[in-house]
Design a protein around this ligand. Sequence first.
Ligand SMILES: CSCCC(=O)C(=O)COP(=O)(O)O
Ligand SMILES: [Mg+2]
Length: 228
Amino acid sequence: MIKAIVTDIEGTTTSISFVKDVLFPYARAHIAEFIRQNQDDSEVKALLQNVRDTVVAQLTVDQIISQLIIWIDEDKKITALKALQGLIWEEGYCLGAFTGHIYADVIDNLRAWKASGIDLYVYSSGSVQAQKLLFGHTEQGDITALFSGYFDTHIGAKQDRAAYSNIAEQIVCSASNILFLSDIKGELDAARSAGFKTLWLVREGELDADAAHRQVRDFDQIGHLVIK
Ligand SMILES: CSCCC(=O)C(=O)COP(=O)(O)O
Ligand SMILES: [Mg+2]
């Protein structure tokens, strides 16, 4: 019996293109100016220190900016980068530079699952702030109230089993009663190894009947599997 659903964002609720072609370029274009303007803010200062701790202690602000741009280009899931991206995207959402993309099949199904008593959670490499911004500024309005909690890489890396065990512990739910939705096999493997049920979102391309995880095209194909 499914008591909780944990969903990934990019490639699952939201198009990969929105993240790679809208969000990442916006952060890349604004990160230098953002850091120069906010380097004395305590939150930003701590994140810059975090980058120095990860790379080398003597990095100048300009060198940190260059390193962060390399990480953006390489799509690195580094917690300090993700936190900085969230801070930069806040400005973009507030200025109306973009709205959060959600596939058309997602919201009604989330509502139906919640109405049937299933608790909904988000787990993304994007920071919790970035997750709340995206779901708070969708074309269909603010849907953050649908979710009972949000997890980012502070709970662990998405391809590490421990992250899923930590999530199960935090939401006080047996892993076998939690369904994890993702488009990435490595994440699904890690979730399954922690005892989660899994479904693989394949929104584009061929389906594989022999895939290691049951594959679905969209959230409409999940409904009958979780609501009995
Ligand atoms: C929270 S929206 C931005 C998503 C993001 O930064 C990212 O790296 C995508 O990670 P996901 O775990 O959702 O595939
Ligand atoms: Mg994904």
